[in-house]
Write a protein of this length. Structure first.
Length: 207
């Protein structure tokens, strides 16, 4: 059974925290040459009434991530970082962000930091916005490469906005990746099993 932790919510960015954002100024050709493998649209959990569209693999960190209470402290800047945005025609969107560290030890540290930040972000969001309530669920680890961990985060505001988010962190060698899926709704609409499969695919594609 997943473990639940009561805490805060995601502010306005919570719907998915997945708005398109600005990138750091890194040449696109350099990014393409160095970037690890990324998910494709077909790798995302199937949407019941819309197809996924994938953006380009882009160097840098999106502005939405830099402002995100779950991920910004660990992914808010630095070189050797890339992302890809995914969207549907409706209210569901996703993003993958990958960072390549200088050493395996540094990657282990980043992986640990991201897990710690996700586990604590609900409480930090609630402290920042008492009008929002959040529930964090820990869906456990996945046996892929050097490991992956999956979480769910539901947020609900005092005026009734309800958003569900699935997040995962995975590592292969010096590279760490985060997959972030979200839509309007709650845990009942979260495709956890399919998202775990997406996470395994994401980690396997890193090299």
């Amino acid at each position: 059974m997943p473990k639940s932790t009561r805490a805060g919510a995601l502010l306005a960015v919570a719907v998915t925290g997945l708005a398109l954002g600005a990138t750091l100024a890194t040449p696109a050709n350099a990014a393409a040459a160095k970037a690890p493998g990324f998910l494709k649209a077909a790798d995302l959990p199937p949407h019941p009434s819309s197809t996924w569209t994938a953006g380009k693999v882009t160097a840098g960190v999106p502005e939405a991530v830099e402002q995100d209470r779950c991920l910004s402290m660990a992914l808010g800047g630095g070189s050797d970082t890339w992302y890809r945005e995914f969207r549907t025609d409706l209210d569901t969107s996703a993003r993958q962000v990958s960072v390549r560290l200088s050493t395996t030890a540094a990657a282990k540290g980043r992986f640990s930091r991201l897990n710690k930040d996700i586990k604590s972000c609900a409480a930090r969001i609630e402290k920042a916005d008492p009008e929002t309530e959040a529930t964090l669920r820990d869906y456990g680890t996945l046996p892929v490469e050097e490991g992956a961990h999956v979480y769910g985060l539901h947020t609900e505001t005092s005026w009734g906005a309800s958003d569900i988010r699935l997040l995962s962190v995975g590592r292969d060698g010096r590279t760490v990746t985060v997959v972030d899926w979200g839509q309007l709704g709650d845990f009942r609409g979260a495709p956890v099993k399919a998202f775990k499969k997406t996470t395994v695919t994401a980690v396997n594609k890193l090299n």
